[in-house]
Design a protein around this ligand. Structure first.
Ligand SMILES: [Cu+2]
Length: 168
């Protein structure tokens, strides 16, 4: 079930081109008219919002199939007031998380947002976010491009097993 959703949404990133042209920074995308789609996001999922929790997290993998580094600078999720990019780091022997300005995906590389590493932090949902929903997740890059996918909302237990899932 989860896997089927992930595969179906994988295709949606190819519709980037029309979206990029709605961007407000006109000069930013001039350089990209001739470029093919260079990034793919897959295996996205959002953890269901636990009652009384201030936030929840979203995870995905992003692959840069271009020849230049890509810099992820922002993310948004349908129905969520604020989304921050976070990372976990060991500080004095403690695992701490902190907000980061951007995440660079080197040419040809994949960066995986996962528990204990990079993740999106979601704050201020406009309505309850529960297991079984699927929300549009959009990623914005420094070059003015953006891509989106539809991320299923999973329970915490499902999220854990999804993170360990390997493709056959
Ligand atoms: Cu965080």
């Amino acid at each position: 079930m989860l896997k089927r959703i992930a595969c179906a949404t994988w295709l949606s990133v190819f519709s980037l081109a029309s979206y990029a042209h709605q961007g407000h920074e006109h000069e930013a995308h001039q350089h990209h008219h001739e470029q093919a789609q260079v990034a793919m996001v897959h295996d996205a999922y959002i953890r269901e919002w636990l009652p009384a929790a201030p936030s929840t997290a979203a995870y995905f993998s992003i692959h840069n199939q271009g020849e230049t580094p890509l810099k992820l600078v922002k993310a948004s999720v349908e129905g969520v007031g604020r989304v921050e990019i976070h990372e976990h780091q060991h500080v004095n022997g403690m695992m701490k998380m902190q907000q980061v300005e951007d995440v660079t995906i080197a040419a040809g590389k994949t960066v995986t947002f996962q528990p204990g590493g990079y993740h999106l932090m979601l704050f201020s949902p406009s309505q309850p976010i529960t297991k079984g929903q699927a929300l549009k997740l959009t990623l914005y890059f420094a070059d003015g491009n953006r891509i989106y996918t539809v991320a299923p909302v999973t329970s915490v237990m499902e999220s854990a097993s999804n993170a360990e899932h390997h493709h056959h």
